[in-house]
Design a protein around this ligand. Sequence first.
Ligand code: CP
Length: 328
Amino acid sequence: MDKPFRRRDLLGIRGLTAAEIKGILDTAESFLEINTREIKKVPTLRGKTVVNLFFENSTRTRTSFELAAKRLSADAVNISVSSSSLAKGETLVDTALNLDAMQPDCIVVRHGSAGVPHQLAKVSQAAVINAGDGANEHPTQALLDAMTIREHKKKIKGLEVAIVGDILHSRVARSNIHLLTKLGAKVKVAGPGTLVPKDFVHLIDAAEIDHGSKAEGQRPLAVCEHVEDAIRGADVVMILRIQRERQDSAYFPTLREYAIHYGLTNERLDLAKKDAIVLHPGPMNRGIEIASEVADSSRSLILDQVKYGVTVRMAVLYLATGGGVTNS
Ligand code: CP
């Protein structure tokens, strides 16, 4: 097993080494079997407390963190922001300090603003896990995506991954670009010009970036002008949700036009390798970024992503609360 993750907090993929990422994935793999048992519970985190603090809606992430904690026998507490004292004007830092005074072992936080988990980590004694911060990062989503790819392709290095859609607002895209390029995959991104930032230099350390549609050579990240150029020859096609809640202006004329020009249909998927797999972080806008015929096909691993989400979050909670041996 690679050297596991030995940090207290998981704030993003950007700061992790390839060995740390592989260590988390290997740990998750070792937990896979627990989720196939009739009684899906082990005493590993008995006596530990996990607080889920979600300022944005969530189905998959919040539920799977709660299940992950409970399957490891930790106590999980979900804080409803609308009924907390945040609604009475308490600052985020004061809320964090008060939660911290109750001595939880881990705080899992999702917030609409980038950097909130980092802010919390500075004042909290508990391990802080980023469950999505604005358009910045969603590290456990990228880890579960990587686990899904690894379980089906048996590797990540050397694969071509197309990421299509609303790149600009997508924390999923950012975390995946970091993770996949660190593990040796080649990533091609595409979408409407207004939703694909042309300057990715700040995203990828030491990456050479091709701003054209040539996407050749050894470059780890390419920005393709046409969605077909990104999908052609891909091993993995990752479709992103149109993030209407983060769009403060019209980035494309209509949803119908978006579906016609950028939506993943069977015809577009036929450009990828014959054994290409399809991923989507959810929630899906069926008929917009992905056709139902693709989402429900045997090439779609969307529900596998959700399944591996529980396992990955078990690994992250285990490592962040001491399973990685040392804190730093
Ligand atoms: N993929 C994801 O983060 O889904 P939720 O918003 O339902 O948590």
